[in-house]
Ligand binder design. Structure first.
Ligand code: AMP
Length: 276
């Protein structure tokens, strides 16, 4: 696996390759990231892993400062999963002096995570558009854990006619259900235990909908009660259309239950499709 740091080198590395797969990441790899690399390896001739802690998508300086980084470990894991190229650019390479263009996606990027984290999705959309232009992949791999990010990227790809396919892989979880996240390492033992309430609450909502519950307020209340059992309060619990992220009036079709919860020092997100 080659490690490259600039646009010219990554373009040279992909020139003439067959089907190019891109896995966008911010590093601190866990099985969620590695599942994307393996899927890319299985589907593509050349696999590029993008490793960049993108400062413009952090709306809290403390979160950016505390974000875990270990490029050496990440490079070894990416190589072991079959990546061909690790593209780890500097902040100056991605945002050279004078950089002045931002991609904003209206509507879908303004609700839930977008409302709680102003500027977050503009940072995501801009860096994803830039990496697509830098690398020129045929297909890019994303995780369902960041469901709203997927919806924003899909909207941007359609609206800007970007020639990239988007593949979405299921959320990889710890044995107790907690969605794997680079931020989980910052949970103390008690918070780590309490954090299982996110998945327990979502699972209870899924079971309630399968058993006939249709009112989205009641579905959210099922999750809320599970969180309350651990002394947790959600920033939001939303029952939305999985494509548009518009709230649903009644769960008559598969819907997405998405939530964000602060557990101790860490803000966690998770989601689950609920099917009537
Ligand atoms: P991040 O490094 O957190 O920006 O994540 C990079 C990619 O990995 C994104 O597409 C995420 O949705 C995906 N990802 C993060 N956590 C998981 C997980 N637990 N399961 C599957 N994909 C994940």
């Amino acid at each position: 696996m080659r490690i490259v740091r600039d646009v010219a080198s990554v373009r040279a590395a992909v020139a003439g390759a067959g089907r190019v797969g891109l896995v966008p990441t911010m590093g601190a790899f866990h099985e969620g990231h590695l599942s994307l690399v393996r899927a890319a390896r299985a589907a593509c001739d050349l696999v590029v892993v993008w490793l960049f802690v993108n400062p413009t998508q952090f709306n809290e300086a403390a979160d950016l400062a505390a974000y875990p980084r270990d490029e050496e470990r990440d490079a070894a894991l990416a190589a072991a999963c079959g990546a061909d190229v690790l593209f780890a650019p500097t902040v100056e390479e991605v945002y050279p002096a004078g950089h002045a263009t931002t991609v904003t996606v209206a509507g879908i990027a303004d609700v839930l995570e977008g409302a709680q984290r102003p500027g977050h999705f503009a940072g995501v959309a801009t860096v994803v558009a830039k990496m697509f232009n830098m690398v020129g992949p045929d297909v890019a791999f994303f995780g369902a854990k960041d469901a709203q990010q997927v919806a924003v990227v899909r909207r941007m790809v359609a609206d800007l006619d970007l020639p990239v396919e988007i593949e979405v892989l299921p959320t990889v979880r710890e044995p107790d259900g907690l969605a794997m996240s680079s931020r989980n390492v910052r949970l103390g033992p008690d918070d780590r235990r309490r954090a299982t309430a996110l998945h327990r609450g979502l699972s209870a909502a899924r079971d309630a909908v399968a058993a006939g519950l249709r009112d989205p307020v009641a579905v959210a209340a099922v999750v809320e009660r599970t969180l309350a059992g651990e002394g947790l309060t959600a920033e939001y619990i939303a029952v939305v259309d999985p494509g548009s992220f518009a709230p649903v009036a009644s769960v008559d079709l598969p819907a997405l239950v998405a939530l964000a919860v602060r557990v101790g020092p860490v803000r966690l997100i998770d989601n689950m499709v609920v099917t009537p």
